[in-house]
Design a protein. Sequence first.
Length: 75
Amino acid sequence: MLTLDASGSGNGTYAIEAGRSGTVQVSGDVAAAVVTLTIRYDYGAVRTFTGTLADTDHLTGTFNDVQGTAVFIRS
């Protein structure tokens, strides 16, 4: 669960299946239609997500360290 402000910065929590859970800090950048989020986990890992708004409730893109598409849904 992430809570972000208009610039894409904020914080949240995570849970890894059969693993740890904790908190994340997020810093964001929006340029035209592209959103870039840098996600810093409480145990030191850093991941980068780059995507676009598919519609008013869906942010679709990829992470720098895995293949495949990720979708964030506003709730």
